[in-house]
Design a protein around this ligand. Structure first.
Ligand code: ADP
Ligand code: MG
Length: 238
């Protein structure tokens, strides 16, 4: 379970997150919604200690990580699969090397085991057999899938995805959304996803939170969000 308590963050006087509170239950998929520049990425990065909040606390599986040292955070990161917004594949490594990277960093598996694991996650993301290709040879949707394969290769029970549908056409967006939901539920991951794409957010989410001006202005299931009488909530989800 993940818990955020009274989280605030400013950058040079600009308040980005202002007293944010929520919980993500074990195995739940929570989507953080909001317009561009509302602090979704800052929030997700805060949740894994990549951004230090000004105040507030973050709990991951019973551990309060807010004051953790870099060394302690490394251990936390091992348990979190993270899909960066741009996929963030290494251009000079082929698909196999990109996906195998976390295994080489964090495990002492031998080559046949690594090869078997990479093969398996590529099947999961529906890209079997592309181990030898380089990122420049892949479409945007394929890069997201490779990034997703890399983020699940360590078998983490926590999955964070920053704008997994950004830059993709509607069909690819729908496919990657369904894939993330299937993987998350299949692996029983506690999952947090940021998105400004309301249609696909509802496709993935068990619950969503909507952020505006640093605050959560709505939280709940699709039905609960749709029942909100707040004008901004209504205009955002329409
Ligand atoms: N490292 C940083 N230094 C200064 N300002 C930042 C930094 N990271 C984010 N910001 C600012 O915080 C705000 C929210 O950014 P971000 O979380 O990336 O928005 P979103 O992901 O919702 O589009 C933006 O105004 C951005 O310029
Ligand atoms: Mg962002």
């Amino acid at each position: 379970m993940i818990r955020i308590e009274h989280l605030s963050k400013s950058f040079s006087g600009q308040v980005v997150l202002d007293d944010i509170n929520f919980e993500v239950q074990k195995g739940e998929i929570l989507v953080i919604l909001g317009g561009s520049g509302t602090g979704k990425s800052v929030l997700l990065k805060s949740m894994m200690g990549l951004v230090r909040p000004d105040s507030g606390k973050i709990w991951i599986d019973g551990k309060e990580i807010t004051q953790f040292s870099e060394k302690e955070l490394l251990k936390v990161h091992k348990g979190i699969g993270y899909l960066f917004q741009e996929g963030a594949l290494y251009d000079f490594m082929n698909v196999f090397e990109n996906i195998a990277f976390p295994l080489q960093e964090h495990t002492d598996l031998d080559k046949p085991d690594i090869e078997a694991k990479v093969k398996k996650v590529l099947e999961v993301v529906d890209l079997a057999g592309i181990e030898g290709k380089y990122p420049s040879e892949l479409s945007g949707g394929m890069k997201k899938r490779v990034g997703l394969a890399r983020s699940i290769i360590l078998g983490s029970k926590i999955l964070f995805c920053d704008e997994p549908t950004s830059g993709l056409d509607p069909i690819r967006s729908r496919d990657i959304s369904n894939l993330i939901r299937d993987i998350s539920k299949g692996l029983k991951c506690t999952t947090v996803i940021t998105s400004h794409d309301i249609r696909n957010a509802f496709r993935i989410a068990d619950r969503s939170v909507l952020i505006r001006n640093g605050k959560i202005i709505a939280m709940g299931t699709q039905a609960q969000m749709e029942a909100s009488s707040d004008i901004f909530v209504q205009s955002f989800i329409q």
